[in-house]
Design a protein around this ligand. Sequence first.
Ligand SMILES: Cc1cc2nc3c(=O)[nH]c(=O)nc-3n(C[C@H](O)[C@H](O)[C@H](O)COP(=O)(O)OP(=O)(O)OC[C@H]3O[C@@H](n4cnc5c(N)ncnc54)[C@H](O)[C@@H]3O)c2cc1C
Length: 294
Amino acid sequence: MKPASFAYFSPKSLDEALANIAEVGDDGGKILAGGQSLVPAMNFRMAQPTALVDLNEIQELFYIKPTDTGGLVIGAMTRDRTVELDSLVKKRAPIIPECLYWMAHPTIRNRGTFGGALAHSDPAGQLPVVAVVMNFNFHIQSKDADRWSGADDFFVSVYTTCLEADEILTGIEVPAMTKMSGYSYKQVSRQTGESALLGVATLLSLDDAGIVKDCRIAYMGVAEKPVMAMEAMAMLNGNQPSDELITEAIEATVKGELDPGADIHASVEYRLHLARTLGAASVKEAVIRAAKQE
Ligand SMILES: Cc1cc2nc3c(=O)[nH]c(=O)nc-3n(C[C@H](O)[C@H](O)[C@H](O)COP(=O)(O)OP(=O)(O)OC[C@H]3O[C@@H](n4cnc5c(N)ncnc54)[C@H](O)[C@@H]3O)c2cc1C
């Protein structure tokens, strides 16, 4: 199929793009980033934007920079594959390349953008759950305003974020991973490059006595947006991460906090089984990695 007709803008600067989206956003205009989700949706007429504001010529949105506090800032148009292969990202936020490996195929990651995957807010997306577990900060700009949003507020629902029709996600701040940080991203999909049935991201530290600190765990594929495993985090923080405790903590979250749906790919029971096994495996891997660091 071919898309419905639309107006097309190809701004060369961010200011120009902000002016374009201010003009067309409220009338059904949309931002075009890598086009890997939006263009197929337009071809199937599931999306019929009246106008596209194409960000691909705006060089100032393509970058990866270190922050003074040990984190990173990533321009919204930086390609997923660029982020995945970047040595600074591997050093400062290794959970990001680990999750990007699972996203679609390398050809799609060559074109898809870091900001696009976050703005798309796919409940089966790898980056939103990592954004929540790492607490990314989102730089959002419009013609007349400039604001930041934390990950908890950014993701609202399926394909819905806190972005207004005239706003552009321009950059993403990735906080520093603390000293002795262990990380893990795990998912199950039916085959490589397919959407995940369920995924889990873990970030934690160990103190000198091997006690868990700053544990954050989040699931995707169980609700309309990533879900933090609050019960498991509370049980693990401040304690020795024995296998028994990890199993108990994940079970508390699975029983008390997760309410996945069924679809043609997986039953509720299977998703809960994945939440148990992947959740425990993810925490154990994060503990092992934290213990190996200085
Ligand atoms: C075969 C296939 C498999 C895939 N598998 C996965 C997968 O496993 N996991 C996964 O997460 N994704 C998957 N995707 C989606 C792919 O990763 C997309 O590229 C990504 O989700 C959207 O990024 P994009 O840059 O292509 O955005 P686009 O498709 O251009 O845009 C997506 C949406 O976000 C909005 N948007 C984009 N950038 C901005 C911005 N800077 N500011 C405001 N709004 C913006 C657009 O208006 C649009 O609504 C798959 C795609 C295909 C075709």
